[in-house]
Design a binder for this molecule. Structure first.
Ligand code: ZN
Length: 205
């Protein structure tokens, strides 16, 4: 009984405070929403670079030191089965030489590839330079699960010497970590490398 007036008083005090907070919040949000849009720095189509959203392990992102045997990660598990089989055979033999393969990047979702391309354009300052390092979602062999970036340097050195025996070939001279499966290499050796991805006919789409 004694508390009724107190509650009334409390409502009387809180009411204007809540209204003020709502107005303040609206003002803050408005300040951000109405900031001018950042100017377009790229002529890649919106379809190619747009649709930015967070990517995760489900898109193929990998933590450090993931092995070729670690099926927990879609970046490994979604690789082409023949490529994965060759990698695991090679890794098993390399382990006898004390060399461990890490997968720095394997399969990537188109969204993840798009993010990497955006970052490369920002890093290298132009699309032309970025395209020497990062393919589009339409052309990247990572998106189709047919390429893997291997670390560390002792692993890529081992692959450079023994990879052809497993059909594992370095494709680009400027990317000693990037390997793809070339089954004919087992008999004939790896094909000549492209200087960089811009020389690869698969990238001319
Ligand atoms: Zn690669």
């Amino acid at each position: 009984m004694m508390r009724t007036p107190a509650r009334t008083r409390t409502r009387g005090i809180l009411g204007p405070t809540v209204v003020s907070l709502v107005l303040l919040t609206a003002a803050i949000v408005g300040a951000f929403v109405h900031r001018p849009a950042t100017p377009e720095t790229s002529s890649f189509s919106d379809d190619l670079l747009g649709g930015e959203h967070a990517t995760s392990e489900a898109d193929g992102e990998l933590p450090d030191s993931v092995s070729v045997f670690d099926d927990r990660y879609p970046g490994v598990a979604n690789l082409d089965p023949d490529l994965l089989k060759a990698l695991r055979e090679a890794a098993t033999d390399a382990a006898r030489d004390g060399v461990e393969f890490n997968v720095n990047s394997g399969w990537r979702s188109p969204e993840y590839q798009r993010r990497l391309l955006r970052e490369a354009v920002a890093k290298y300052g132009s699309e032309a330079e970025a395209s020497r390092w990062v393919a589009t979602p339409d052309t990247s062999p990572h998106v189709s699960g047919n390429a893997v970036d291997i670390g560390r340097s002792d692993a890529t050195a081992w692959l450079s010497e023994h990879g052809a025996r497993y059909g594992l070939c370095q494709i680009y001279r400027n990317e000693p970590w990037h390997y793809e499966l070339r089954p004919e290499a087992i008999e004939w050796g790896c094909p000549a490398m492209y200087a960089d991805p811009t020389h690869d006919p698969r990238m001319q789409r």
